[in-house]
Design a protein around this ligand. Structure first.
Ligand code: NOJ
Length: 720
């Protein structure tokens, strides 16, 4: 239950000067200006274009002297920091805010805790493939315990940008292509991060991002324009943000992109009408990094001062890293261009969150001792391992090569099997590469005899099973890491081709941050495990699955296309008037199939599941759906039972399938279970041309199965 702090906020606002108010809206990162001979941006570029290694970059960063702008802090000109990663520094700065500023308003510390703080668990895309809300919440809780111990009050997560285009690098940071999966994932993360009481020392506010539609950037290019029908926006893209707000998220980050030509950072319709009026949100809006200033580059503001006016009017509260508010707001208020009540509304949102986090009563929510005891514990590592195992998806297992039987002679190729830091994936800024267990480490730890080949040519005479760890390096996905061609990188595919060409028995372990287009691999390599970027315990989790200590149960939350040119490719497409088929004049390609290589929802197990007895019964205001699922194989295993529907005839074209619900079950060999879904009629509607949400009587097809293509189905006629 969120307490009401409005009186206290008003009292404070009455005491604050305009300068102090503007200070509350300023979020700074530690400045590295002057720390190197080149600018920080140039240093980053040097790393990206290979002039210095990542290690060298890391070393320079860790030895650089950071400037926290303490004079500004003392003068009440800073309300928040981001990117500070230790309890001691956090407490030192907090002490200045509380003891040395005129009003003693505590600071708010934000950080990108995306898939763990120090104990990195699988990237969000991977974790979503576990289809397990309870796991998503538990890892969120662990991340909050660690991050808050290091002094973090708010995480810039979860990212619930529905991502249907695998070219977009940030597909790795969210829960995939489906709206409903993103809703469930977002809700669980908000609960996990925030816990049941924000004032507790281990609770961290969730800043949901990127509001809105950031995942739909044209051509999969990061930061690109987003333009779609209002119907699609409301049906497919908005619900996950709303689900997070309904779950109690206390902050939200407007996206970099423009929507219908208006950047989200200065979009009053989005930030005021939708977010605050329609959804009743009274939390904090936090700009994306430098996003307010970028309104000048968008060509929507004539200068930084204009950007400040537009942003504050639109409802943007906290300015992350651009200093546009800091430089302009005071003068704008004095000139009468920004009324004080407009400023106050934004400041109130910052103060409210500080009150809700209990910072006025307990500004020091951590200590260096707590930090030392909390990070990377055995218990946290074990949860990261569980999450990694559950995230992995067995894509192919011809001839039951996997699990490897004891005594199998094993060879390993691929640098990704060795490079610890590559396990982390995008956004693991609180972690160290050395925290990770690589596949090679895991094999050594298990005392599993194996031979590692630096060079694939040396493996061609090996007469055992070869595990080839191939995929994308971690900086090939994440922010600013879109790829026009999402094929397996050439050097990686060449490893597989050399092995297959020499007739080797190959198990491909894929480490990557997005769906890959790899038709050759899918055809020619007999066993493929999608391990994603699995986090600190990745190597152990891979070994657990390869050797059969664990049975893989992950299912894809994204479609794997066969060619980059098929992007965006997703299961919930529309039928068109000429559905793709053999005829000439149908919706298809001349040079690529229209089918995916692996469909949404797909995933194998070391056992097999049979589905039967689908029953669909209308009852009151819902459909009761029941199916029997049996473990028909010889091993205990888990599967994800997916329930979809299709509105067969409607006044607007509807997707060929929409996920309605899912359930995960674990069954012993021979065991069966009846799984029931209750699908409320209100879920079956859509937005008509006038943007009214309507339920239309008629026929609906209900599907239940273990992936979006392999389903039982039944049609019912409904009258609402
Ligand atoms: C830019 C990214 O878009 C956003 O997701 C992140 O939270 C901020 N930078 C802060 O690092």
């Amino acid at each position: 239950m969120v307490k009401n702090y409005e009186e206290k906020i008003k009292d404070l606002l009455d005491k604050m000067t305009v300068e102090e108010k503007a200070g509350q809206l300023r979020q700074c990162g530690p400045s590295l200006v002057g720390a190197f001979e080149v600018s920080f941006e140039e240093l980053l570029n040097m790393m990206f274009d290979g002039r210095i290694s990542q290690e060298e970059f890391g070393r320079l960063m860790s030895t650089a002297k950071q400037d926290f702008r303490e004079e500004d802090l003392r003068a009440g000109r800073i309300g928040s920091y981001n990117g500070i990663k230790d309890a001691r520094t956090v407490n030192r700065l907090q002490k200045i805010a509380v003891e040395e500023t005129r009003l003693g308003i505590p600071l708010l510390f934000g950080y990108d805790v995306i898939h763990g703080y120090r104990t990195i668990y699988p990237i969000p895309l991977a974790e979503s493939c576990a289809w397990e809300p309870d796991l998503w919440e538990r890892t969120g809780r662990m991340a909050a315990r660690e991050a808050t111990a290091a002094g973090v009050h708010m995480t810039f997560a979860p990212m619930v940008d529905v991502a249907k285009d695998a070219r977009w690098g940030r597909v790795s940071e969210g829960a995939g292509e489906d709206t409903y999966v993103n809703c469930c994932y977002g809700e669980s993360k908000v609960k996990g991060f925030q816990g049941d009481d924000l004032t507790k020392e281990d609770a961290m506010a969730a800043c949901v991002k990127h509001f809105a539609g950031y995942g739909a950037g044209e051509a999969g290019r990061d930061y690109n324009r987003v333009d779609m029908s209002m119907q699609r926006f409301y049906e497919e893209y908005l619900p996950p943000y709303k689900a997070c707000i309904d779950a109690g998220a206390r902050a939200i980050m407007p996206a970099f992109n423009d929507l219908w030509g208006v950047p989200c950072s200065v979009n009053p319709w989005l930030l005021m009408d939708v977010l605050r009026k329609d959804w009743g949100f009274d939390g904090l809006t936090v700009s994306d990094s430098n996003a307010i200033a970028e309104c000048v580059d968008h060509g929507i503001a004539k200068d930084r001062s204009d950007a400040a006016v537009q942003a504050i009017y639109a409802g943007m509260d906290l300015d992350m890293s651009s200093d546009v508010y800091h430089e302009n707001l005071v003068q704008l208020v004095h000139e009468g261009k920004v009324p004080v009540d407009v400023l106050d509304r934004a400041v109130a949102d910052v103060l409210r969150l500080k009150f809700e986090l209990g910072l006025f009563d307990h500004p020091y929510k951590t200590s260096a001792e707590r930090e030392a005891q909390t990070l990377l514990t055995k218990e946290n590592r074990s949860l990261a391992r569980e999450a990694a195992v559950k995230s992995m998806v067995l894509l192919k297992n011809e001839g039951h090569i996997l699990p490897l039987t004891p005594g199998t002679k094993i060879g390993v190729v691929g640098s990704l099997a060795k490079e610890r830091a590559e396990m982390l994936g995008a956004w693991a800024i609180g972690a160290e590469g050395e925290d990770c267990v690589s596949l090679v480490d895991a094999l050594e730890e298990r005392k599993q005899p194996f031979e590692y080949f630096e060079n694939v040519q040396d493996a061609l005479d090996f007469d055992g099973v070869i595990i080839a760890a191939v995929g994308e390096r971690k900086d090939m996905s994440g922010e600013a890491a879109s790829r026009a061609c999402i094929e397996l990188p050439k050097d990686q595919e060449e490893i597989l081709k050399a092995l297959a060409g020499a007739g080797k028995t190959v198990v491909a372990v894929l480490l990557n941050g997005r769906p890959l287009a790899m038709p050759w691999t899918a055809q020619n390599i007999p066993a493929i495990l999608e391990a994603w970027h699995p986090g600190v315990e990745g190597g152990n989790a891979i070994a657990d699955i390869l050797f059969g200590d664990e049975n893989p149960g992950g299912h894809l939350t994204v479609t794997f296309p066969g060619a980059s040119g098929q992007c965006p490719m997703y299961y919930a497409h529309i039928n068109t008037g000429r559905p793709g088929g053999r005829g000439k004049f149908t919706s298809k390609y001349l040079d690529a199939p229209i089918e995916p290589v692996y469909p949404f929802g797909y995933g194998l197990s070391y056992t097999e599941f049979e589905y039967g007895d689908l029953k669909v019964t209308p009852s009151g205001d819902s459909l009761e759906i029941c199916v029997t699922v049996r473990n028909a194989g010889k091993r205990t295993g888990s599967t994800v039972i997916q329930c979809y529907f299709r509105d067969l005839v409607a006044k607007r074209v509807r997707p060929v399938k929409q996920l309605a619900d899912f359930a995960k079950v674990t069954l012993e060999p021979g065991e069966y279970v009846q799984v029931a879904f209750s699908l409320e009629y209100s879920r079956l509607g859509y937005y008509d041309m006038a943007m009214n949400y309507v339920l239309e009587d008629g026929d609906f097809e209900i599907f239940v199965g273990q992936n979006s293509q392999d389903c039982l189905s039944e049609t019912v006629t409904l009258t609402f």
